[in-house]
Ligand binder design. Structure first.
Ligand SMILES: [Zn+2]
Length: 125
């Protein structure tokens, strides 16, 4: 993936300004401790991550359309497969498990998207 694009910052969970520092103290999508713990500033370029009080509340409105984009096709697929001998009833527990597994990555992606929308990439800092 090309460094300098907004997608790079979001998918690698890197600082949107330098694309080097990690956004989270415990990096990665599938973590189970310190899920939303972020440093106050980027460890590399010192970009402030706590832009204003309650800044990350808006991340809820970022994650909502992402959830819709993922689950509307899953629900439509489920209903269409249900006509085939109740197949949907068999895979329903897996869909629930899949939903829980996506929770942490979605929260992190939503924060990364929000920061990336606010802060532009630059090579000078
Ligand atoms: Zn940075």
């Amino acid at each position: 993936m090309k460094k300098g694009t907004k997608l790079y910052s979001v998918l690698k969970l890197k600082c949107p300004r330098c694309h080097i520092g990690n956004l989270f103290n415990n990096p990665g999508f599938f973590v189970f401790t310190r899920i939303l713990e972020m440093p106050d500033k980027c460890p590399h370029c010192k970009q402030d991550f706590k832009l204003e009080p309650g800044f990350y509340t808006a991340a809820l409105w970022i994650s909502y359309p992402i959830v819709l984009l993922i689950f509307i096709p899953v629900i439509i697929l489920g209903y269409s497969l249900d006509s085939i001998n109740g197949f949907f009833k068999i895979i329903f527990p897996f869909i629930v498990l899949f939903s829980f597994m996506l929770q942490i990555p979605l929260m992190r992606i939503a924060r990364a998207v929000l920061l990336t929308m606010t802060i532009d990439y630059t090579t000078k800092w």
